[in-house]
Write a protein that binds this ligand. Structure first.
Ligand SMILES: NC(=O)c1ccc[n+]([C@@H]2O[C@H](COP(=O)([O-])OP(=O)(O)OC[C@H]3O[C@@H](n4cnc5c(N)ncnc54)[C@H](OP(=O)(O)O)[C@@H]3O)[C@@H](O)[C@H]2O)c1
Length: 284
């Protein structure tokens, strides 16, 4: 798809990767529908963007009420003559922690925002989307590699990958492509300082959000079905499909560090000290 003069919806627009995508696409003469929870942040972003018009939708997509608001405002845009050529499902969030320590409502929210919300947003946008149209879902390396501390985020992003693949195949020949991108760690507010520190100590590399935004723009133009960003993450994602035990062995080596950070996150009194000590002993 050629980007100039297309209208594309972007969720999580005021976040780190979202605002980089907004700038990248606005520079390529895309008109954006910026979606986020804070109108003030969306106005600030809109002011900074070249070109336009860019439209704003204030909605908390993690809630039923917010998704209803999104749908209503989308219909209003349609009555104003705005027609949609693309959708980027980018809003997302995770909590890094021991699975057992997490509350069920937190887990539900994480699955909602990272998996169910993008599916529902596709369902709302698709019927009135122009042909040709493109939907791009933002996943994660963790959608391809089950990683300790991120179990529910891995489940959600992996579900989002399969959903994207299935819908792309279902819509083949009907003028809408459904693409999936899997960034690795990226320098945005999503990653708390503790996570940044942990990634550094594990030797995990980070990308700038602008790098991710450039790749997403290229994917729209080339209509690439899916893309994993960064080495060795891309390689590990492939090996994990074919030889998951090889990846498990590599992750076990990282486990002492991971378990220390999981103990540290949000808790003064680590619940799993014995478990961590056990793992340290096991993987020395
Ligand atoms: N940063 C990374 O290391 C990394 C790596 C791989 C994949 N990703 C994925 O990239 C996407 C963008 O992440 P980012 O790094 O740009 O994170 P970010 O800076 O934290 O931005 C996340 C965006 O998601 C929205 N969001 C967060 N929690 C929400 C909630 N409860 N309800 C509704 N919206 C919510 C926020 O919208 P508001 O503006 O309304 O707050 C925010 O704009 C996510 O899907 C993430 O999973 C990120």
């Amino acid at each position: 798809m050629q980007l100039a003069h297309k209208t594309i919806i972007l969720t999580g627009a005021s976040g780190g990767i979202g605002s980089a995508i907004a700038h990248q696409f606005a520079l390529q003469e895309v008109n954006l529908v910026l979606v986020g929870r804070s109108l003030a942040k969306l106005y600030a972003l809109q002011r900074d963007l070249p070109g336009g018009p860019h439209y704003l939708i204030e909605a908390d997509l993690a809630t039923t009420e917010g998704r209803r608001q999104f749908d209503t405002q989308l219909t209003e845009l349609k009555t104003q003559g705005v027609s949609i050529d693309g959708l980027i499902n980018n809003a997302g969030h995770y909590e890094f922690n021991w699975f057992e320590r997490r509350g069920l409502s937190d887990i539900e929210q994480e699955l909602q925002l990272n998996l169910i919300t993008p599916i529902e947003v596709c369902h709302m946008v698709l019927p009135n989307m122009n042909r040709p149209g493109i939907i791009l879902n933002v996943g994660s390396t963790f959608g391809s590699i089950g990683y300790p501390g991120y179990s529910c985020y891995c489940a959600a992003k992996s579900g989002l990958h399969r959903f994207s693949e299935a819908l792309d195949r279902e819509l083949s020949g009907l003028g809408v492509r459904v693409l999936y991108v899997a960034p690795r760690a990226t320098r945005t507010p999503l990653n708390q300082p503790l996570i940044v520190q942990m990634n550094a100590s594990l030797g995990n590399r980070e990308d700038a959000p602008e790098t991710v935004a450039e790749i997403i723009a290229q994917m729209f133009v080339s209509e690439t079905s899916s893309r994993w960003i960064g080495w060795p993450e891309k390689l590990f994602a492939k090996i994990n499909q074919l030889l998951p035990d090889v990846v498990s062995r590599q992750i076990r080596r990282q486990f002492p560090t991971l378990s220390l950070y999981m103990d540290e996150v949000g808790h003064k009194e680590p619940l799993h000290l014995n478990k961590s000590a056990h793992h340290k002993e096991l993987f020395r």
